[in-house]
Ligand binder design. Structure first.
Ligand code: F6P
Length: 341
């Protein structure tokens, strides 16, 4: 049996741990050949691949990024993309694919399964916004990085009695903002799920200043003020219609300074949150996902995705996994509000 593996979408700490688990179990336990496709769905379209042996996955467990490269290529948006994939799989005698990715990559995996290609999905995203799994690997690492940044920013904010706005990733879901904000004791947390009132934010900030402390405001990149994106002076949108990194954080810092008369700074954490070595939690979760994906291929259980439910790894239908995003529910946000101001 020859099994292909690929990583699609934004990179994420833990991808290499999945690849390692697939290769180790695939070769040593199942006796398969494992083939790595380059750059997400682009690899199966162009045929760019290489055999993955045991030595290829030595010492990659702790490494961030992905040894296979990644892209956001969608074969359904490319001329003849799906036919090219079918031709490559036939040419390279690939019996099944393990696709590691987020919403877009898994959406493609689902459609290809419907066309008769054997695909098993592995969920990944630092955003933790895939509904069918309790957690995605990469999220814990991103939250750790953001929390450490908040801890560091607090001491400099206090020293200068300034407000610091920390913009974290999360276009549609505010999980990183919520968890890093709670862990870092943020005085305001803003998420895409709840349009915020700038008057209310300023009130919380002023309350903090009155108590002679420097406020820390954690904002997800996709959070918007009531009234929408047009409120953000520097908030141009990207090709996906999302406010560009740096838009909301900078706007907020400027508004806070203008309305309170206090100094204010914006720090955009950006891709720092996706880089570097995964936490122990993410290494374990990614490894377990890889091992269980091999089992799903062995069972011929295609069109499924491995998922974490409680402490168990289960299989769910890809259709279910890609049907909706998991956003921050109001009751989780209300828990955090206790600490605002
Ligand atoms: O989906 C993961 C993610 O890191 C988002 O949080 C962020 O909005 C986006 O990817 C950034 O994408 P890119 O790496 O293409 O700039």
């Amino acid at each position: 049996m020859r099994v292909g593996v690929l990583t699609g979408g934004g990179d994420c700490p833990g991808l290499n741990a999945v690849i390692r688990a697939v290769v180790r179990k695939g070769i040593e336990i199942m006796g398969w050949e494992v083939v790595g496709f380059r750059n997400g769905w682009r690899g199966p379209m162009t045929g760019e691949s290489r055999p993955l042996g045991l030595s290829d996955v030595e010492e990659i467990l702790t490494r961030g990024g992905t040894i296979l490269g990644s892209s956001r290529t969608n074969p359904y948006k490319e001329d003849g993309g799906v036919d090219k994939i079918k031709a490559t799989l036939a040419d390279q005698r690939i019996d099944a694919l393990i696709a590691i990715g987020g919403e877009d990559t898994l959406g493609v995996a689902k459609k290809l399964t419907d066309e008769g290609i054997g695909v098993v999905g592995v969920p990944k995203t630092i955003d933790n916004d895939l509904a069918a799994t309790d957690y995605t690997f990469g999220f814990d690492t991103a939250v750790h990085i953001a929390t450490e940044a908040i801890d560091r920013l607090r001491t400099t904010a206090e020293s200068h009695y300034r407000a610091i706005v920390v913009e974290v990733m999360g276009r549609h879901a505010g999980w990183i903002a919520l968890h890093s904000g709670l862990a870092g004791g943020a005085n305001v947390i803003l998420v895409p799920e709840n349009p915020f009132s700038i008057d209310q934010v300023v009130e919380w900030v002023e309350r903090r200043f009155e108590r002679m402390y420097a406020p820390i405001i954690v904002v997800a990149e996709g959070a918007l003020p009531e009234g929408g994106a047009e409120m953000l002076t520097s908030g141009e949108k990207d090709a996906f219609g999302h406010v560009r990194l740096g838009g909301v954080g900078t706007w907020l810092a400027d508004e806070i300074a203008a309305r309170t008369g206090k100094e204010s700074r914006a720090v955009v954490l950006g891709h720092v949150q996706r880089g570097g070595t995964p936490t122990a939690y993410d290494r374990v979760l990614a490894t377990r996902f890889g091992l269980h994906a091999v089992d799903a291929v062995k069972d011929g259980d295609f069109g499924t995705m491995v998922a974490l439910r409680g402490t168990d790894i289960v299989r769910v239908k890809l259709a279910e996994a890609t049907a909706e995003l998991k956003t921050v529910p109001p009751e989780r946000y209300e828990e955090a509000e206790v600490f605002f101001g």
